[in-house]
Design a protein around this ligand. Structure first.
Ligand code: GLU
Length: 293
């Protein structure tokens, strides 16, 4: 009889150390940890600190302290993205070599001015699922010599995915398997809605989208459990996974914890911060209750 080797499910909690953890993070961490426990799977912690200007060692220490207090243990060591910039660069280089990424020179301010000018002319500028204006097409259309000249001049730039080319290379509709609190089943991805997404920024050697898909693959993550705020980003992730030959995990986007006005919690809202709640005498069981578990 042939032995069937079943891969253990692998879950991960992937906070960014750019502020204190709040109740929304607690829900994500509990769900991942609980699901790993109930399926005999593994639970990993990943510190998503590519944004070197906003992430600090103090916030990272705070993440470890909060998780330990909640009774959540993870496989050591945690993966820290800032230790792996070379891997993200190598993947970016593959996309550049295939003509799927281009240097983008416009600053945020310049993009804003452009969008405002279009609006003043009565044009409606396309926006991504998070409501941000799509990147203007100018840099995508540059001739090679012009691109080389601009790069050689040392002008600061990001790298962006050429969405049109990327979709053409893939050439077929993409889907993902969803088990979360919103749409379920096989969900059709719509990466084109995001336009030419950033792959690396002028002030950070990678982007969230690029590093998250690479790390999930490198760490063998099979189940991604995260907030519904990242539901639409999954379209971009499926596209990058396909372009880079990475496996497709199962996704579970969970409900968000909101404040009393129904807004998503932000890291600056002290009254829902886990460290603050701990200092006020709440127990981990209270936190579970507060997040509805
Ligand atoms: N680092 C992201 C955050 O803190 C989460 C990324 C993910 O789970 O894919 O919002």
């Amino acid at each position: 009889m042939t032995a069937i080797l079943r891969q253990k499910p692998v879950f991960r909690f992937a906070p960014s150390p750019n502020g204190p953890l709040h109740l929304g993070h607690a829900l994500s961490a509990f769900l991942n940890h609980d699901m790993a426990g109930s399926t005999g799977g593994r639970f990993l912690l990943r510190i998503e600190d590519i944004d070197l200007t906003r992430c600090t060692p103090e916030f990272e220490t705070g993440i470890y302290a909060d998780l330990e207090w909640l009774g959540i243990d993870w496989e050591q060591p945690a993966r820290r993205q800032s230790d792996h910039f070379g891997e993200y660069q190598a993947a970016l280089d593959r996309l550049i070599d295939r003509g799927l990424a281009y240097p983008a020179f416009m600053t945020r301010g310049e993009t804003k001015t452009r969008v405002a000018a279009a609006a003043a002319n009565g044009e409606r500028w396309p926006r991504d699922p998070d409501g941000s204006p799509l990147y203007p097409p100018d840099d995508r259309g540059r001739a090679d010599f012009e691109r080389h000249e601009l790069l050689a001049s040392g002008l600061k730039h990001a790298w962006r995915l050429d969405m049109g080319k990327a979709l053409a290379v893939v050439g077929e509709p993409l889907f993902w398997q969803e088990t979360g609190d919103g749409d379920r089943g096989l969900v059709a991805a719509n990466p084109g809605a995001w336009g030419d997404v950033v792959l690396s920024r002028s002030d950070a050697p990678s982007s969230y989208h690029l590093s998250v898909v690479l790390d999930d693959a490198l760490q063998g993550v099979t189940h991604i459990v995260r907030g519904l705020d990242l539901f639409h980003s999954t379209s971009v992730h499926r596209l990058l996974q396909t372009l880079l030959d990475l496996p497709a995990p199962v996704y579970h986007h969970h409900r968000l914890i909101t404040d009393k006005d129904g807004r998503k919690l932000s890291k600056s809202q002290g009254d829902t911060g886990l460290a603050e709640l701990r200092q006020r005498g709440l127990s981990p069981a209270d936190i579970r209750r507060l997040v509805g578990l």
